[in-house]
Design a protein around this ligand. Sequence first.
Ligand SMILES: *Cc1c(COP(=O)(O)O)cnc(C)c1O
Length: 343
Amino acid sequence: MIDLRSDTVTKPTEAMRKAAYEAEVGDDVYGEDPSINQLEETAAEVLGKEAALFVTSGTQGNQIAILTHCRPGNEIILEAESHIFYYESGAASAFAGVQTRTLSGTRGAMIPSDVEYAIRGEDQHFPETGLICLENTHNRAGGAVIPVDNMKEIHKVAKANNVPLHIDGARLFNAAAALNLPASELAKHCDTVQVCLSKGLGAPVGSILAGNRDFIAAARKWRKRLGGGLRQAGIIANPGLIALTQMRERLAEDHENAQYLAQQLGQIKGIEIVNQVDTNIIVADVKDLKMNSLEFVEKLKAEGVLSGTFGPSYVRFVTHYDVNRSQLEHAITAIQKTADQII
Ligand SMILES: *Cc1c(COP(=O)(O)O)cnc(C)c1O
């Protein structure tokens, strides 16, 4: 099977497995796991923040950010198709007790003046705006890179109104690679940021939440409340450290593969690529094949290629380091064959 469903399917590398085996460990709830401490210090440095916290998943990182920044009854501003709104099982309302105010963006980017207008003023009828969230790259916008200027503008609005800004940077390193900028240059336009180690970077488990020292101290307590305080976690921190220090550079390869895949799929009759491919995500519309995305995904699976539905007629393909160029060629042939069967 060639698995193009997501970059989360990447398996840990040999080096990661070895690092897991050899990890120095201690009890991280006591702050005594040297591998975790090293990972958190390195992550803070890479992201240009004072401190960082290892969390079990991207969802946990985002939710801890909301819990730490907000109080129940607050409102958070976020893009209408953002992961926090779309794919986190309603956690923001279930745990933090906040309501969401969604703004439709262009390729995932909200308009700064819309954000400014959405921030609540003083009025007893209104909830207080507790947080603004950006997502970079933006998953449902097809891995779109949110431009630096857009982040800068929204950060300015946030600061002027005393509202914290969080970046869901599950794929921030993909954005950094696409822009050819250090991740810290992107993360400087926010108060807090979450990055995934377990997507394109290939670590088996975990994400990082970064921010200033006080924020991270409070976030650590929320992590404990959620049952995310881990003990000899160095076993998973060490592979994460390899992800962070050795795997970022190769993301460009995934982006090149995505360009190639998009270009090849675009030539197949009945398939239309609907996103501008900035990074490692391709969204194909299969409506001209006279079937829905679910049927297409099933037929393609029978040809040995896994993909995901992304709307009634949209199918998502994600490139990652576990699919090399020759497997990609096989996938293209299988997709061609699937399309040919129908027309
Ligand atoms: C994958 C993803 C997350 C959540 O990460 P998990 O580790 O799967 O919980 C959050 N935000 C975005 C944009 C993502 O793509």
